[in-house]
Design a protein around this ligand. Structure first.
Ligand code: 3HC
Length: 287
């Protein structure tokens, strides 16, 4: 199987942007796809800013930054990327939406193209069920935010994922400078099975008055060596995303302990989603 030279990244949200940039900085052409033009513009700005910062910090030369920028193209139509050697879906965490996108991916890309998903918690087997005999090409390739910085790719085989798909995913993750680690296809895999209940518990600690949010975070940072506290991290990930992942854990594992904390639910209902709305647990409107 020939080396992957180009990747179609479907979805230009935080994760999709990061995946496209990481591909390009590792000399892989990236088609950044999103139906929403504003998201594509936002992705382009993020790419330009991050590359400029890398040059300023002498992590790369201007020439390398220009080369990486030149490897990313922006498209509203998936068909523009039909020659890509690899496809990864990084759309909203909604199973029906993902199934629809996978059906479109089968129509669009060649039969040798791996169809990966960056889902953070939805079953790979379920997503693959939407495309029948193409299920052996489907795999979970779960990156972490911020993608250019975080080393891990959690690699999740669905029930039908072929050995070849799995091996090629491990190879590609390494070429993108990441460390692939396998996990099985259970709700939340390993990362979010462990991380999200911990974040949810921090919301309970806040709601029950155990400590103020900034103190909860400070205790976890200074006492447990977390780079950011659990509530700050929730804002960074997106409170809606945290909520949706908890609902997947709750629905799939059937245990009340995974139900999202009322405090988390209330902030999501109010539209306080964290960094992206400039207010979540904390207020970023002046920073
Ligand atoms: N894109 C690219 N690079 C970024 C970045 C971004 N969004 N954010 C930070 N960086 C880079 C910058 O280059 C920066 O270096 P520089 O200042 O020399 O340019 C470097 O990271 C360090 O950033 P900062 O100095 O701003 O701040 P920190 O030292 O606090 O690091 C952090 C920021 C890397 C985000 C760190 O706080 C951290 O590791 N936080 C935890 C992140 C985490 O847990 N992520 C996983 C989330 S869960 C997930 O993604 C799974 C999903 O399914 C929910």
């Amino acid at each position: 199987m020939s080396e992957v030279k180009s990747i179609a990244v479907i979805g230009a949200g935080t994760m999709g942007c990061g995946i496209a940039l990481t591909a390009a900085t590792n000399s892989i052409k990236a088609y950044q796809i999103d139906v929403d033009k504003d998201q594509l513009d936002h992705a382009k700005t993020y790419h330009e800013k991050t590359l400029a910062r890398n040059v300023q910090k002498e992590r790369m030369t201007q020439e390398q930054a220009d080369q990486a920028a030149g490897l990313i193209s922006y498209h509203q139509d998936m068909d523009d990327a039909k020659d890509a050697d690899w496809a990864i879906e990084a759309a909203t965490e909604n199973v029906e939406l993902k199934k629809k996108i996978f059906q479109q991916m089968v129509e669009t890309f060649g039969s040798n193209v791996v169809l990966a998903t960056n889902t953070s918690s939805i079953s790979i087997t379920e997503i693959a069920s939407a495309i029948g005999e193409n299920a052996p090409r489907v795999i979970g390739m779960h990156f972490f935010n911020p993608v250019p910085v975080m080393k891990l790719v959690e690699v999740i085989n669905g029930l039908a994922t072929s050995e070849q798909t799995s091996q090629r995913t491990i190879e590609l993750a390494k070429r993108m400078g990441k460390t692939p680690v396998p996990a099985n296809d259970r709700a939340g895999f390993v990362s979010n099975r462990v991380l999200m209940p911990m974040i949810n518990e921090a919301f309970y600690a806040w709601m029950e008055g155990v400590a103020e949010p900034e103190h909860i975070d400070e205790i976890m940072k200074l006492g447990c060596n977390f780079p950011m506290g659990p509530l700050r991290l929730a804002d960074f990930i997106g409170l809606d995303v945290c909520h949706d992942i908890m609902m997947v854990l709750y629905n799939e594992l059937g245990n009340q302990k995974y139900f999202p904390c009322p405090m988390l639910r209330q902030l999501v209902t109010a539209g306080r989603l964290g960094n992206k709305t400039r207010i979540g647990v904390f207020d970023y409107s002046t920073s």
